[in-house]
Design a protein around this ligand. Structure first.
Ligand SMILES: [Zn+2]
Ligand SMILES: [Zn+2]
Length: 261
């Protein structure tokens, strides 16, 4: 373990009071991205729109925490990218990402079907140049994939098969995709498609914040359920999928014959 491990631990513990674990609630949460969805659907609208047999979507989407519009985690995810962001603001996300990737390496590798061969940070599609702010936070010893952004889709929030172009040969690669914020997921899923078309065997996306917005009415029930759970860096959504859904666990909390997973 690195010498600064204790410092990372303390930093994540400090954030735990405002981080909110993504939850699986049948009827309320999208099976792909853990966002809110309308009744009668399995997916939220953007995920539904990206679903197509021709689209090569990520094998797993792993949000570390929800990021409710206007609340602290959402603000941290905005501020760290600014030119005047402080080292302390950047360190918040660095510690969270580093701890999560270390704690859940096995879960992520299992979702990818084997050890990762490559890493890619979702490039900015809004014309930002230079090193992506997130790249300064990721210190994994994996080769990165060279990706070009198609400026025709700059700023858009829809899935496009040609939103990104992969410039490397990545036959049979298992790629860890990292992004700061998931709003519609269009950028991550478009990148997954481009990677797989270029030969990647699997893609798993880790995002620091799955953005939620209470202006969308179905979000309220999901947010209330998520707030009943305490955030712990020791848990991830991949493990949660192997447990009974949250509504069942809440109702059976005092039962002596809780279902075993
Ligand atoms: Zn979704
Ligand atoms: Zn895990």
């Amino acid at each position: 373990m690195p010498v600064n491990d204790r410092r990372f631990h303390a930093e994540v513990a400090r954030q735990s009071h405002y981080l909110t674990p993504p939850v699986t609630i049948p009827g309320d949460s999208c099976v792909a991205c853990y966002g809110a969805k309308g009744p009668g659907y399995t997916h939220c609208k953007p995920c539904q729109a990206a679903l197509d047999p021709e689209h090569r979507l990520a094998d797993a989407v792993v949000p570390i925490s929800y990021a409710l519009k206007g609340e602290q985690h959402a603000q941290v995810l905005t501020f760290y990218k600014r030119d005047d962001a402080t080292d302390a603001q950047r360190f918040q996300l660095h510690a969270l990402l580093w701890m999560f990737l270390n704690r859940h390496q096995r879960c992520l590798v299992s979702a990818a079907g084997g050890r990762f061969s490559h890493l890619v940070i979702v490039p900015s599609t809004r014309g930002r140049t230079g090193v992506h702010p997130l790249a300064r936070l990721v210190t994994l010893s994996l080769p990165t994939v060279a990706v070009t952004v198609n400026t025709a889709h700059a700023g858009g929030r829809e899935f496009h098969t040609n939103r990104f172009e992969v410039r490397d040969h990545i036959d049979r690669a298992r790629v860890l995709i990292i992004d700061d914020t998931w709003t519609t997921g269009a950028r991550v899923q478009s990148l997954s498609h481009a990677l797989k078309v270029s030969g990647a065997a699997s893609t798993v996306a880790v995002v620091l914040g799955r953005r939620l917005n209470l202006d969308y009415p179905p979000t309220a029930a999901l947010w209330r359920a998520a707030q009943r759970r305490r955030f712990s860096i020791a848990h991830c959504v991949l493990e949660a999928q192997r447990l009974p859904p949250v509504t069942q666990r809440i109702s059976s909390r005092h039962s002596s014959n809780r279902p075993k997973d």
